[in-house]
Design a protein around this ligand. Structure first.
Ligand code: SF4
Ligand code: SF4
Length: 202
């Protein structure tokens, strides 16, 4: 998406959402579990996207808000226009990464996300020790919470060795397929039943 393109049309293509349908009632922001921590509440982000002004789009793209969204769907369920805000947030996160304009607070969130997915891709399960090691190395917080490790190990809360699934190659194929699909559509990566809601409403 470049400054010269119509950002609303691009979002419609990448997220499947027409932001012009938002009439700024604010119900999404009122029900958002993360609103207090965000720099802009979800309804404000929708407004930034509606204007079609590249500067407003840039503000949304570099906001802290898009990285704090949990995809909980409270906003989507409350929206009288059934606007899929989590899909918009997802599309904005992907675009922010592509353009390298992510908010500085996103660094640890992205590092955690990557460490989590790397373990699942490699073993088919979440291997906490491997994930923590990767996360700490990538953020430089190597010694944070290290004192908790012995007691967690003794209580069986952490396993020293990974427990993988039998067919690890299958898991990698799933990741590869998801990656190529994302590249092809430049769209969202999270499936969460929205299609079903739309079907139910028909
Ligand atoms: S609830 Fe829907 S219509 Fe209302 S402000 Fe939020 S996105 Fe817009
Ligand atoms: S999906 Fe994101 S924007 Fe919507 S209510 Fe949850 S945290 Fe807030």
């Amino acid at each position: 998406m470049t400054d010269n393109q119509d950002t609303r049309a691009a979002l419609k293509e990448s997220a499947g959402v027409d932001v012009s349908h938002c009439y700024q009632c604010g119900k999404c922001s009122a029900g958002c579990v993360q609103a207090e921590r965000m720099d802009y509440p979800p309804s404000y982000v929708m407004r930034l996207l509606q204007t079609g002004d590249p500067a407003d789009y840039r503000t949304a793209l570099s906001s802290r808000t898009i990285w704090l969204c949990l995809n909980c769907e409270n906003c989507y369920q409350r929206c009288p226009m059934s606007i899929d805000i989590p899909a918009v947030m997802d599309a904005l996160r992907q675009q922010a990464l592509r353009e390298g304009v992510q908010h500085r607070d996103a660094r640890k969130i992205i590092a955690f996300h990557r460490a989590f997915l790397a373990q699942v891709k490699n073993t088919g399960r979440l291997y906490e020790v491997g994930m923590e090691a990767q996360y700490k190395l990538s953020t430089g917080e190597v010694f944070q919470d290290v004192s908790l490790v012995p007691s967690m190990l003794s209580k069986g809360k952490l396993g020293l060795f990974p427990e993988g699934i039998k067919d690890r190659k299958a898991m990698r194929r799933i990741f590869d397929a998801a990656a190529s699909r994302t590249k092809g559509s430049a769209g969202r990566t999270s499936g969460n039943g929205k299609e079903k809601k739309k079907e139910d409403e028909r």
